[in-house]
Design a binder for this molecule. Structure first.
Ligand SMILES: NC(=O)c1ccc[n+]([C@@H]2O[C@H](COP(=O)([O-])OP(=O)(O)OC[C@H]3O[C@@H](n4cnc5c(N)ncnc54)[C@H](OP(=O)(O)O)[C@@H]3O)[C@@H](O)[C@H]2O)c1
Length: 266
């Protein structure tokens, strides 16, 4: 499928709208290639690559050339229609990404051409080659960090930071326990905790290459890596002879795995 439309993004009550718009100044890039869905369902069935006509630049808007945009599980759930926040359709997929500013509206003071920017919130449609957004919807990030780090800065590391900051006053030497420790969020938890001097007990599912995974997580700063099976064994008592019992448990799995984490809290 190959459709061409004039569109802009607006956000209201957490929803994404794609609607027709007219503005005054012509942007230098006129089109965007975008991954769009017009109904909810399995991504392979409902997502199509289409050419969109970009709207002209408004005085408060910014034209961004996208550099990279990841696929998070929540992006898939949004397409499936199973996520808590759902866009109005049609929608461009992708909640996260980094782009370089190639043009700014005359009233934009906070962002300049050449800046790297990431979306301030979800639902802005990052799976496309170029996008015109309000300057207020964007945050500048350093352009001397790896592009993949910049593209994935807004969701998982921020989630990890908030979980480590909002529930307990963690001090160096304290312990945090988490399951799904090899997830993107889990890896951010490990690195942020290590930077704060907080120890992490990291629960993962068993696998043939467990040692390789353990070595990788320890290289990031994990204090200890154990399997879900170990979590249920008496040897956990030995582990907590070396570190204090955890002040905080972080669950990304649910069910038994979550219950087992709670049993080890202080
Ligand atoms: N702001 C937010 O609220 C926010 C933002 C981002 C993520 N999250 C949540 O954070 C968690 C991790 O997200 P992510 O994007 O970082 O995940 P991810 O990188 O896709 O990793 C998924 C993780 O879940 C584990 N897993 C999957 N099924 C499992 C099962 N049946 N039993 C045990 N472990 C299982 C996987 O382990 P294997 O390697 O063994 O498959 C892997 O560690 C999710 O719960 C997600 O909803 C919340």
């Amino acid at each position: 499928q190959n459709r061409t439309e004039e569109y802009t993004h607006t956000r209201a009550s957490g929803q994404l709208n794609i609607s027709r718009s007219t503005f005054s100044v012509e942007p230098s890039v006129k089109e965007s290639t975008a991954l769009i869905y017009r109904c909810h369902g399995e991504p392979s069935q409902v997502v199509t690559l289409e050419t969109l006509k970009l709207p002209p630049l408004r005085s408060t808007s910014v034209l961004v050339k996208m550099l990279a945009a990841p696929i998070n599980p929540s992006d898939i759930n949004m397409i499936q229609g199973t996520y808590a926040i759902l866009p109005n359709l049609p929608a461009v997929g992708g909640n996260e990404g980094v782009g370089q500013v190639i043009e700014v509206g005359i009233e934009v003071k906070t962002i300049k051409v050449g800046d790297w920017v990431i979306p301030r919130d979800a639902g802005l449609g990052m799976w496309q080659t170029a996008v015109v957004l309000s300057a207020d919807d964007l945050v500048t990030v350093p352009s001397d960090i790896p592009v993949l780090s910049a593209a994935t800065l807004g969701v998982n590391p921020c989630t990890a930071l908030r979980m480590l900051s909002d529930f307990e006053d963690l001090k160096p030497g304290d312990t945090v326990i988490q399951n799904a420790a090899n997830s993107a969020v889990g890896q951010a938890v490990i690195q942020i905790a290590a930077a704060k001097g907080v120890q992490t007990v990291n629960v993962v599912r068993d696998r043939p290459n467990l040692q390789k995974l353990t070595d990788g997580l320890k290289a990031m700063g994990a204090t200890c890596v154990i399997t879900e099976e170990t979590l249920r064994r008496p040897e956990m008592k030995e582990i907590f002879k070396s570190y204090p019992r955890p002040k905080l448990a972080l669950n990304g799995v649910g069910g038994k795995s979550a219950t087992e984490l709670l049993r080890h809290l202080q």
